[in-house]
Design a binder for this molecule. Sequence first.
Ligand code: THG
Length: 392
Amino acid sequence: MNTAPYLAISNRLRSTPFTHRVQQQGATAFTVYNHMLLPTEFESVESDYWHLCEHVQVWDVGAERQVEIAGPDAEKLVQWMTPRDLSQVDKGRCVYAPLADEHGLLINDPVALKLADNHWWLSIADSDVLLWAKGLASAAALDVKVREPEVWPLAVQGPKAEELMVRVFGNNIKDIRFFRFRPMPFNGCEFNVARSGWSKQGGFEIYVDNAQVGVELYDVLIDAGADLQVRAGCPNLIERMESSLLSFGNDMTSQHTLLECGLDAFFNLEHQVESLSGDALRKQYSAGLDRKLFGLVFIASDGAMPISTDPFNGYVSGRAGEILGRLGSQVWSPRYKHQLATVMLEKKYFVENSGEQTVELQLADGGFVNATILPLPFNFSEAGIEAAWVSS
Ligand code: THG
């Protein structure tokens, strides 16, 4: 019998306070993220996608763990870890702050929340930032406490997210600006609520730090949004690729530098901040890159999935079998009617800042396709790709 393998769940592979709700409400697939369960699919990735773009979803993103850095040297440690200048960041702000090591290699790409002077949360992607931060603090004898508090973010995403949040938390929700947060009362607790989230459909993230009240909140959100067609959901591969939201571990890894991943905007070249990676990144910036993350768009028959001819290494090959680069993510976009992919392209296959470039790809089924190489974030209209605005 050929049944799909399943994931054996133990304590080591942690649940969130919402996992049982998410299972009741129809999650059909999970991934493991920070040693924790993260749902990836409910009805189907495509129908979850259209629902997210039209209504509102509640996401169990408890796997986005918080690494808390607190104490007199907290500011110093956080600034060491990221080359983004944090000196002007006020309390109550979120900043996307990619972390890199002394070679400029990516460690993680968290959202950093400044709770107070010398008190930060790094809301991390999938890698052990806790150990990295503890190691740095210990080796440099910094006066900080580094820990992973019990906080499970809950995201409310979609065009009707604000309406739902107002019903649950009141009109003050409207005053929270993009990438800001403030404590909001709920059933005797106060949860930090930010206007943020891993989609471009708009919405909020609630940093739940009480499991029991968190589940009460979860149920209230689902009940209060019945007429808004609220559903349990999760980060959606189609939506995040169309929106060019990169995934650490998929599109970019610890084998790539921050510049190779195209995160230049979060590295201030001139400003001398005390970061571990600053010197290496400045050096690489002037030397030029050997590879760089690009988007690929192409049209191919159903057989186009996957485009990697080397499933172990995830390489994408050209007509003669030459390795073009490492495949990141790939998905069919039902809105743009194209395959979208990211690839860490080797230098000889692209020219920086030039016009339209194409590359011939080998498909896993033996066929070939011409793909257009696009800079990230994707700009579909500039590439002459029109959106179909209605669901199929
Ligand atoms: N929310 C929270 N934690 C997270 C994520 C999140 N941890 C893991 C992962 N996602 C971290 N990665 C990202 C990547 C992009 C964004 C957020 C988290 C993002 N970017 C905005 C954009 O691209 O428009 C804004 C970036 C900026 O200008 O600062 O939202 O989603 N809690």
